[in-house]
Design a protein around this ligand. Structure first.
Ligand SMILES: *Cc1c(COP(=O)(O)O)cnc(C)c1O
Length: 240
């Protein structure tokens, strides 16, 4: 593989198991604190810049859903790990020239934020794989990543995506500006939840809220997340 994964040597299968049980403990505690039933929140293991060996260990430790940010890296890993039957989620910014790889190798895409990309994904989805499950990425704080549809343009995008034959709309995703302060962390998550609640009457398929990462999953679960995306606290630090 072309990619270098320099921190992986620090990790053993035992470390990984301990990290995964600690994340599961944090998720259960946050569900409980929010009076939500156990199992309300699913865990997506973000494996970008981590080796296929670590992904195999994580699978042995019980994980089945993996998130990647780079189309080529995801395609290579999905091919090398095809024997495991994993579920792949593309969560990174999407360039037009990468939509074919994403349409072919992922099961879910969390980062659709414009119609042109949605159209290409639908056009390029191999029919034998069934519809691609899609979350629309919404901008919930000004300084956050450049990606994400503005909340006031979301409904138009939803209506357009609903017409695409090979996409299945499943919910919303956000990446807020980072904050260390738990009360501040909750604000953009609450914003996304409010947006979802305002739309779900007319669009009941928008049930998934993909929000929360290593440093803010408790805040996200308190505000209604049902899918957290965790990289660092499972696999360790990454070079960027
Ligand atoms: C890298 C990444 C994550 C995981 O972040 P950690 O802080 O390592 O848990 C989650 N979501 C997206 C979109 C990412 O790019």
């Amino acid at each position: 593989m072309a990619h270098q994964f320099p921190y992986d040597a620090d990790m053993t299968p035992t470390d990984l198991r301990l990290n995964i049980s600690e994340i599961n403990r944090r998720i259960r505690a946050a569900e409980c604190a929010a009076d939500r039933p156990p199992g309300a929140v699913s865990l997506l293991a973000v494996s970008k810049k981590k080796s296929t060996e670590l992904i195999r260990w994580a699978h042995q430790a019980g994980l089945s859903d993996f998130g990647e940010n780079y189309a080529q890296e995801m395609a290579e890993k999905a091919a090398q790990l095809a024997d495991l039957g994993l579920t792949w989620h593309f969560i990174g910014p999407i360039q037009s020239n990468k939509t074919r790889l994403i349409a072919e190798f992922s099961d879910w895409v969390h980062s659709v934020d414009r119609l042109k990309i949605a159209q290409r994904l639908s056009d390029q989805r191999p029919s034998e794989k069934g519809p691609l499950k899609v979350l629309l990425q919404v901008k919930t704080s000004d300084e956050a990543s450049k990606s994400g549809v503005q909340p006031d343009a979301l409904k138009t995008l939803i209506d357009a995506v609903e017409t695409l034959p090979n996409l299945q709309l499943k919910g919303l995703m956000t990446i807020p500006a980072s904050s260390a302060e738990p009360a501040a962390q909750r604000v953009p998550f609450r914003h996304l939840r409010t947006i979802q609640q305002s739309l779900i009457g007319g669009n009941p398929e928008l049930a998934i809220l993909s929000m929360g990462m290593s440093s803010d999953l408790e805040a996200a679960i308190a505000e209604g997340s049902n899918l957290v995306r965790v990289g660092t606290d499972i696999f360790g630090a990454r070079y960027n």
